[in-house]
Write a protein that binds this ligand. Structure first.
Ligand SMILES: O=C(O)CCC(=O)C(=O)O
Ligand SMILES: [Fe+2]
Length: 351
């Protein structure tokens, strides 16, 4: 593997990461991504983004991105589509229940997901889609079970809005991978050939409001870390529901900031970086008295990409903490822990 020494050689990277981790952060950095959007930006400007990403990922594991290059109209259209979908009668949503899909696509009702295994189900409903892979694709036929076609509700405008947003997130996600590569002292395009057919999932989430006293074992989404390399979250304006835990065990609010996305490190990236980058635990509780919608996009690389601890993140005193796993096997194992339909027999029913 080619390692470019940019001044953040292995020792320095590991030492900075671990010293920073003990800090009890109280706010989440905002990073301007313009230099990764603008092809005319200088190398120094691009490296400054990498430096900011490294600071955020070692210290906090979360950052906001402004000047992200995503079309605001695509975001609005996705919220409109999500509202229309969740407002459908239950029987229409149940027609595409996720258990009917062999590749984890479709509708997840309230309480059927349990992101925190010690809790009693998440107070949200979801629609899941991912990369559209034809049913006769060799990777599908080979049994790589997260690949395959999407399923869609009969709802005008829904599919085009979701597909357009997916394309925007794919482009933005590739810029974020570049930011991560710079942050790790790697060539900027290091991750590009590893993306392949990405294990990249788009969800729209609907959180009813939980009014009155809230039982912490049943909240919008229970405490968890994300499974993939990173997550790109858009939150509905003006409702603060997302919380992120700091090194002192305090829950720090991560409210929506107009014009930004939140990006957080996931467990695949934590493994890749030997925990130099933090996959920080978070949760969401909607106590606003209003319906809340959010749109996470989870970006993992190709099913067959090995997640192998990076040389830049290993030192003599800190050997690799994780065995190498493939991206697909890792994500599947995590889904199996979270979704009740995968535990209860697991097989798709054709109904
Ligand atoms: O809705 C949110 O604010 C957070 C969602 C989340 O953490 C997730 O889906 O993994
Ligand atoms: Fe999450």
């Amino acid at each position: 593997m080619a390692v470019v020494q940019t001044g953040n050689g292995p020792r320095e990277l590991v030492a900075t990461g671990l010293a920073a981790r003990s800090l009890a952060f109280t706010d989440i950095p905002v990073i301007d991504f313009q230099a990764l959007v603008d092809p005319a930006a200088s190398a120094a400007e691009r490296m400054a983004v990498g430096d900011a990403v490294r600071d955020a990922c070692t210290r906090v594991g979360f950052f906001y991105v402004r000047n992200h290059g995503v079309d605001p109209a695509a975001i609005e259209a996705t919220y409109a589509a999500a509202r229309d979908f969740f407002a459908l009668p239950m029987d229409r949503k149940m027609q595409i229940h996720i258990r009917k899909s062999t590749n984890h696509r479709g509708y997840v009702p309230l309480l059927e997901e349990n992101t925190d295994p010690t809790a009693r189900g998440d107070v949200h409903e979801a629609f899941d889609m991912a990369l559209e892979v034809p049913a006769d694709d060799p990777d599908v036929l080979a049994g790589k079970s997260m690949y395959g076609p999407n399923v869609w509700p009969e709802l005008d405008g829904f599919r085009p809005a979701m597909e357009a947003y997916y394309a925007q997130m794919y482009g933005f996600g590739r810029r974020i991978f570049r930011g991560f590569a710079l942050a790790l002292g790697l060539p900027e395009d290091h991750f590009e050939p590893l993306i392949g057919k990405p294990m990249a999932q788009l969800r729209v989430l609907h959180y009813p409001s939980q009014d009155g006293p809230v039982d912490e074992s049943q909240i919008g989404i229970g405490a968890h870390s994300d499974y993939e390399c990173f997550t790109i979250l858009n939150q509905q304006a003006a409702i603060s529901a997302l919380q992120v835990v700091n090194g002192a065990g305090e829950w720090i609010e991560a409210p929506p900031i107009p014009g930004t996305f939140i990006v957080n490190v996931g467990d695949q990236m934590a493994r890749w970086t030997n925990d130099v980058f933090a996959s920080t635990v978070h949760r969401a509780i909607n106590r606003s008295g209003r319906e809340r919608y959010s749109i996470p996009f989870f970006f993992g690389p190709d099913y067959d990409t090995p997640i192998e601890v990076l040389e830049t993140c290993v030192t003599h005193a800190r050997p690799a903490r994780y065995p190498t796993v493939t991206s697909g096997a890792y994500i599947l194992s995590r889904f199996d822990e979270t979704f009740s339909y995968r535990k209860a027999g697991g097989e798709a029913d054709a109904g």
